[in-house]
Design a protein around this ligand. Sequence first.
Ligand SMILES: *Cc1c(COP(=O)(O)O)cnc(C)c1O
Length: 464
Amino acid sequence: MKSEYQAFVSTRGHAPSASFGDVLLAGLAPDGGLYLPAAWPQLSAAGTPGLMTRNFAEAARAILTAFARGSFTEEEIAADVAAAYSDFDHPDIAPLTEIAPDLYLLELFHGPTLAFKDIALQVLGRMFSRALARRGGKATVVAATSGDTGSAAIAALGGLPNIAVFVLHPKGRVSDVQRLQMTTSPHANVHNIALEGTFDDCQAIVKALFAETEFAHAVGLTAVNSINFARIAAQCVYYFTATAQLGRAATFVVPTGNFGDVFAGEAAMRMGLPVEKLVVATNANDIMVRVLMTGVYEPGAVHPSLSPSMDIQVASNFERALFEASNRDADWIRKSMEHLARDKRLVLPDIVRERLRERYAAARTDDAETIETIRKTHAETGRIVDPHTAVALHAAYKMNRKSGAPVVVLSTAHPAKFPDAVARAIGAPPPVPNRLKSLFSGVERVATLPNNKDLVRAHIESKL
Ligand SMILES: *Cc1c(COP(=O)(O)O)cnc(C)c1O
């Protein structure tokens, strides 16, 4: 079976097969499902040179080329990868450092906004712009943010042709650093809106704008949220480079919210990468730990925690893992998701739970344990870690670790983004990196708007 392009299918089985370019621009499949490759590209079998390299750009080129076959050429991908990672402040992009015997931190926070979302969004933005140019259209990206996603999207899309970006944040409810990371963007295509309301109000307005089909169509409304498969594709890369550097299969411990980052580990395994185990590490918002332990998936209320980027109610990317664990039973997924929407509860068949547990382990860490882990890690290793990383490190410390079996903790944010939690743990905030220092002298551009969808829409129209 040799096809011209890598085809993608929906987890719910009622969407036409799509190319990588379609998937990139659409995000969600038209039947409400999530896209996955019709068949996983096999990197080892194909003798792909990217599989066993520690060079991040080389691995990214090989992996993205395999997924994007037929939509982008290898040369186009090489150019986008080179540009995407040129502004990272570490030559390895995602360096791996040993902090105790056989215990490693995989540092994913060396990009422009100091959190791991830069790794995927920096390259996604460039490919998105390329796909749009080919299609001859323009896009208006609208996003609601409680802090981190907005800045990563602005850093990725600012200055790109054919795209306008509108980010709504709740006025006065994001930290100074988070606000400045968004509002000091110098790019004319970036528009910040401080909404007089909460994060939920911002999200409700974004949803309502998408529901206004005429407006949505007229401005080419689109989203680059965490269910976009291109983000998963880009996040596979560091599982490969870390394994290449270790020279053997590792256990990866992943601070988890929406299940995108840890599912990228499953994607890497399905492409042929040997991995011991994927450990899903959550804060008190432990829906993923509960479902793996008990087989019952039951969203509850969100508890604010010290690791806010993992405060979620529904882990949207879990649908991808369920699709695979059910042996790609799209009918079952569709029925289960309808059932979940209706009853707010889903009980997994034993066979599905067993298949998930062959691959995934899980652990929960509360705020007190998070603080204690930041303190202990600093005392024992001299390293300052952020609260999201600490959630995963705590899970790693609790594991029964064997000598010679490497454990890799994904470190998803720079500690300077969360100075208050760090100060509580070690008595002082972390040193401020240069990227953040310059923020405080930047010029802010932001429009303050009342919590009113029609006024937000009029504002967007006036800027386009
Ligand atoms: C988004 C985020 C996570 C969670 O990643 P998911 O892919 O949503 O599971 C963890 N840590 C940080 C710092 C994040 O920004």
